[in-house]
Design a protein around this ligand. Structure first.
Ligand SMILES: C[S@@+](CC[C@H](N)C(=O)[O-])C[C@H]1O[C@@H](n2cnc3c(N)ncnc32)[C@H](O)[C@@H]1O
Length: 426
């Protein structure tokens, strides 16, 4: 069988000479020959037109699978490529980013360099978005959704980050003809929050899906919800005050309810979820509200959290545990929640958690976003502890099969869930 990681497979004879030269120097870790070629903007991110090999892929792929430290020469080349504007999340024809190749070949140091580059790029991207907002003030998209949209949103355009990073060192060219490769496209899942809130939902055995068959909530996540409740309410003490944002299938709310809280508030925006809550099979309808230990202690607030939370703040509501798990919203919304509102809602020694599906369809994206969100939480005055738990992947292995049958996109691919437990800095 042909070695799919061989230089001949990855850089075929048909490769244009100008691209092949860069890729081969990167592959052979020949820094003296490579470096002068990178002085033109865009050359660090050339792509072989048929395999999608970039210099980063080449430099990393040339290292054999090994538990030993990555070769110094490879690290030097990878560093030089990043300094020259190489793109951390370009995918090749195997749908692998350079970091995915590093992970597969057990090149831990090179993998960490890719993660660090991803974090730098995302932070820079955020600054650029900020500058854009000052001039145009209309679009405010951020990199990835917690649930809903795919990680492919995270890929940067060819001309985004590198221009600013390397402006002094490089000669600027108008167009980059060296990136003719078309990456394999995953099943598209671009979800707009307003469209979602207008769409028809279906509750069926083990899942809640929207009109497009996007999985809004699935029963396989029960173990994650269980672990989140256990982490947010240590010892599961009764009499706590709880706020949950996003009812979905009510899995986490049932667990919160079982702890016999003194206050249990739920915010839910979708009219059909609200109808389900008030329907015959659900235990969170009017009877539940009427069973409150004190006036208004058990309550479902209908509406978007963005509209409800300011009213809770105004009313002086405080909570010991807050969980955030919405659907189809940008990460920017989660960030806005913990940056702008959490301080006013959470008790000093309270705990905050959220469903951590950021970049969960690719390990390196998950690792990058873990670091980015940690920085943002820190900016908001929060420390975060990540509790890692095993996810039982049985039935979750393949798109459209097992648990994913009848669901448009497999939004979870990882065997470990990193659960955030955030507290105010001490
Ligand atoms: C993933 S589900 C929550 C699942 C829940 N953790 C459980 O255990 O079943 C997300 C929920 O958030 C709701 N939602 C989406 N956007 C919202 C918003 N802006 N405000 C409040 N709820 C929202 C959705 O309608 C959906 O019911």
């Amino acid at each position: 069988m042909a070695d799919t990681d061989s230089i001949d497979t990855r850089i075929p004879d048909s490769c244009p000479a100008s691209i092949s030269e860069i890729l081969k120097h990167a592959w052979h870790h020949n820094l003296p020959s490579l470096k002068p070629l990178l002085n033109v903007l865009g050359r660090a991110s050339v792509q072989e037109p048929t395999t999608g090999e970039t210099p980063l892929h080449a430099a990393i792929r040339a290292c054999k699978a090994s538990d030993e430290k990555s070769p110094v020469t490879a690290k030097d080349v990878v560093e030089e490529l990043f300094m020259s504007g190489a793109i951390w999340n370009d995918v090749d024809n195997n749908n692998e980013t350079p970091g995915c190749v590093a992970a597969r070949l057990k090149q831990k140091d090179l993998y960490e360099m890719c993660v660090a580059a991803g974090v730098r790029a995302e932070l820079l991207f955020e600054i650029l978005e900020g500058y854009e907002a000052l001039s145009s003030a209309d679009e405010d998209e951020e990199f990835v959704d917690i649930r809903g949209n795919g990680d492919e949103n995270a890929e940067q355009d060819d001309d985004e980050v590198p221009e600013l990073v390397n402006i002094q060192e490089t000669e600027i060219v108008d167009e980059n003809p060296d990136r003719a490769f078309t990456a394999p496209k995953p099943v598209a899942a671009t979800i707009d929050s307003e469209d979602y809130l207008r769409s028809n939902l279906t509750y069926s055995d083990g899942k809640l899906v929207d009109a497009e068959k996007n999985g809004v909530m699935m029963a396989w996540e029960t173990s994650i919800m269980r672990a989140s409740v256990d982490a947010l309410l240590p010892c599961l003490t009764s009499g706590r005050r709880i706020l949950n944002i996003g009812f979905g299938m009510g899995i986490i709310d049932q667990m919160f309810r079982d702890t016999e809280p003194a206050k249990h508030h739920i915010i839910e925006a979708h009219p059909e979820v609200l109808a389900y809550i008030n329907g015959p099979g659900c235990k969170f309808g009017k009877d539940w509200e009427a069973s409150s230990p004190s006036e208004g202690a058990y309550k479902v607030y209908g509406g978007k959290w963005q509209d409800v939370v300011p009213k809770l703040l105004e009313a002086g509501e405080m909570y010991d545990a807050i969980y955030f798990d919405t659907f189809g919203e940008d990460y920017s919304q989660l960030r806005m929640f913990f940056t702008d509102y959490l301080l006013g809602l959470l008790e000093e020694d309270g705990r905050f958690g959220f469903f951590n599906g950021l970049g969960a369809d690719r390990q390196i994206c998950y690792d990058v976003y873990t670091k980015v969100v940690e920085m943002h939480l820190s900016d908001a005055g929060m420390d975060v502890e990540w509790l890692e738990m095993q996810v039982d992947m049985q039935g979750l292995e393949a798109e459209g099969k097992g648990e994913w049958q009848g669901v448009k996109r497999r939004y979870w691919t990882l065997d470990k869930y990193r659960m955030p437990v955030a507290t105010f800095m001490g």
